[in-house]
Design a protein around this ligand. Structure first.
Ligand SMILES: [Zn+2]
Length: 98
């Protein structure tokens, strides 16, 4: 069982990714990156022309390839509470001098 998912199809790659100049997963430029790994063969075709080509991944994606490239990033729910508590609690002063 392969631990590496198939790279995206060529139809989902931009020119840099298709040319092997960018990571096929995250799209980061690989021109100045060391440790670039092959991500496998991206499958695609245009009419009768087979566009299958080897694509590459940056070290980060090669170490942990995303299962789904277009996965929405879950947001950390760290928002503040919507309502501002305006209740002021006064200590009851009993036995005050009147
Ligand atoms: Zn990447």
């Amino acid at each position: 069982m392969s631990t590496h998912p198939e790279p995206p199809p060529t139809t989902e790659l931009n020119y840099a990714q298709y040319s092997g100049h960018a990571c096929c997963w995250c799209g980061k430029s690989l021109l100045d990156v060391t440790g670039v790994k092959s991500a496998g063969i991206s499958r695609g075709s245009s009419g009768v022309h087979v566009l299958d080509i080897e694509v590459y991944a940056c070290p980060d994606c090669a170490a942990a390839p995303p299962q789904t490239p277009a996965r929405p990033v879950p947001r950390a729910q760290s928002g503040r509470a919507g309502s501002i508590a305006s209740t002021q609690r006064r200590p009851s002063t009993t036995g005050g001098i009147t």
